[in-house]
Ligand binder design. Structure first.
Ligand SMILES: [Zn+2]
Ligand SMILES: [Zn+2]
Ligand SMILES: [Zn+2]
Length: 136
């Protein structure tokens, strides 16, 4: 297989992992899903390419890790994912909360380029497990 075709295939594999997931993914998640078939530098390079193309956005988790999730209304060089993210403090899962949300009016002269808003808490699975544990 020539390099270009292999690149396309690698990109498709990463895109499939992203589209099959209901939550945002960090590098370790990709590594697990791709069972180490693609090296780390390539995974990051492809993810960065998707970000530049407006297909994927990055989320900084409160554990210091970077997560990636699919964009739904973005195009190349123009991200407009002004939505909130939720991170579970127990299993670390990050979810896009794709709901309309109004951005506060900034003081005069300030222009927004990006927004990061993260809510921490428990996902339903973790919440149920904690509730079960407390019953015992
Ligand atoms: Zn986006
Ligand atoms: Zn959880
Ligand atoms: Zn998101």
């Amino acid at each position: 297989m020539d390099i270009r075709r292999r690149n396309t295939k690698t990109k498709q594999m990463i895109m499939t992992v992203l589209s099959d997931s209901s939550s945002a993914l960090c590098y370790e998640d990709f590594e697990k899903q791709l069972s180490g078939t693609i090296d780390k530098a390539t995974v990051y390079r492809i993810l960065q390419g998707f970000c530049d193309d407006g297909k994927v956005h990055k989320i900084s988790g409160n554990n210091g890790k970077t997560y990636y999730a699919l964009c739904h209304h973005c195009n190349s060089g123009n991200h407009n994912d002004n939505h909130i993210h939720f991170q579970c403090i127990r299993c670390q899962t990050i979810l896009c909360i794709d709901k309309q949300f109004s951005i506060p009016v900034l003081p005069p002269g300030y222009r927004m380029t990006d927004m990061h808003c993260l809510i921490s808490g428990h996902c339903p699975d973790c919440f149920n497990e904690i509730a079960d544990y407390e019953k015992k």
